[in-house]
Design a protein around this ligand. Sequence first.
Ligand code: PLP
Length: 369
Amino acid sequence: MPSSSAPSAVEAFEVFANPAPLPLAQREAALADLNFGTQFTDHMARVQWRSGTGWLDRRVEAYGPLSLDPAAAVLHYGQEIFEGLKAYRWADGSVWVFRPEANAARFNKSAQRLALPQLNVDDFIGSIEALVRTDLEWVPDADESSLYLRPFMFASEAFLGVRPANQVDYLLIASPVGPYFTGGVKPVSIWVAQGYHRAGPGGTGDAKCGGNYAASLLPQMQAAENGCQQVLFLDAKEDRYLDELGGMNVFVVRRDGTVETPRLTGTILEGITRSSVITQLEDSGRKVLEKDITLDEVRSGIESGDVVEVFACGTAAVVTPVGRLASPDFDVTINGGVAGDVTMAIRAALTDIQYGRAADTYGWMRRVA
Ligand code: PLP
């Protein structure tokens, strides 16, 4: 199967080299001490949009602060969307991105919901190729490390009226990241949000917009106060069904081997990891159900042994075992607090494709350098 071959407008991006890139020794030090999202590469990609003119001025330029009018609409009404995906360095030195056209499609779906302009897939992918090629030395090669890519688009027009902006900026920044779990994969604890919902019917739950994450911070703080690393949101309408975590989709494994995940109702984000996991599980012969799942059935299933594993998934942590589910009313341990076999097998199957250790029979990987 050929690798992903969506069109790219990489040649349209003019590169203005950073006159003062980070000195080699400092870059090497940064790559030897990777954290999530704290260190950025020497460049960023950028395209501007003006109503009537469309997208113009595709460029890669020095990474640095933006000059933004204090009246820029994004600062007042949050008209903003983003994406997250990774570039992986394979053992032979080549660099590959995982399903970028899926992120491009989701970006445009988010743009539509936030009344932002559509960005062509070839510009989205072209910006990734242009930036990764310019900052190629920033793609780490340590085990389970990658270059995290953050495309985003926001209303930059200086205007305080509440209407879609006539001036919008698209940017792409990149950050080298290490393994999400240092010292091996460890199950996380999850707190069920009480009194807070992430998204409601007709809202922005299936869009990747900054406001969704701002609203998740307070319940996330409560999770941390209760010794949990992640927060699980229930549906806003009935407050009984699993939606998703603050930044990951959730899966449940039954004793009979069936895997279940909340169906796409419009209130959860359609994760690209989620869809990849479903495909791989089904292709391995497993039954996967996308359905309504109540918190009660998960809790009682964990207690009775009918639910044997719970895992979360997303670009940042790939596939994460959940070892504990807690709320003010209950506190249950899953699979003795140990990562389950199904969870670890699907994690390995996916990362093997991402790092080029297994054949990419799906055409998910796109070579960028
Ligand atoms: N759900 C939310 C709310 C997220 O922010 C993310 C991360 O992007 C996901 C799910 C997982 O999506 P993906 O697998 O595309 O990273």
